[in-house]
Design a protein around this ligand. Sequence first.
Ligand code: ATP
Length: 265
Amino acid sequence: MRVQIDGLNHTFQQRPPLRALDDIALDVESGEFVAMIGPSGCGKSTLLRLVAGLATPTQGMISLDDQPPQQIASEKRIAWMSQQVALLPWRTVRTNIALAQQINPQPKRRSRTVDDLLDLVGLREFEDAYPFTLSGGMQQRVALARTLALGADLWLMDEPFAALDQLTRDQLVVEVLEYWRKLHPTVLWVTHQIQEAVLLANRVLVMTPRPAHIYADVPVDLPYPRDDTSRDFQALVRQLRETIAAGMQFHHDAQNHIQNDGQIR
Ligand SMILES: Nc1ncnc2c1ncn2[C@@H]1O[C@H](COP(=O)(O)OP(=O)(O)OP(=O)(O)O)[C@@H](O)[C@H]1O
């Protein structure tokens, strides 16, 4: 699914008003994997929420395959995953995953059977368990299986693995990549981990502190699967670290200009 964003600004209308997004422009081709990195509280989740059609932007345009986000959301073509898992407590692991498949009105977009998904996320043994009896990492695995079960062609991933241990995280990153390469959904993936972004994405967007603006759009041209010990990989990680620092400095300087002469340059 193609994602086009232009002139997007968003301000929360409170006292005083809070500007979360500043002139975001973005064109994501169908099947691209785009990572977003930015400081805490800069506006990344807000951007994903707007793309998901969960809120209406103050200004600007978002279109998904030339349709408004609300239309695409109503067709169940968007999968959303965040740190907070929202499993149905009265359903077992199996029936939580199965529900996602039932929701999808177009079976041809379904990826795999529930059994395959249970195996994939390593929860076959726990298929009859209820969410409250699972660890945080296991709950997150169920949420991932549910995301995959939906067969959506746009995945909005808001730090989905932030609460997991590194080992589980590494395993799931491999699984996500396998799925992405097979099914080619468009992915917007928020992370605080530079390594994770370089392992996964075709492009990394570096955001400024709030209000979030895209400071840099860095292509990642390394072949998959990526070797995080390679020299090219390490060089990109370093380049991104420097770009993030430059984005912070740019923002800081811009804020000083505003404070010094009262106008935005
Ligand atoms: N519904 C809301 N009403 C008012 N302010 C909000 C609302 N949602 C978010 N904000 C504010 O907008 C700013 C951006 O929040 P957002 O959650 O988008 O940041 P983020 O980049 O995703 O942060 P993190 O990396 O910590 O998850 C924050 O200052 C937050 O307090």
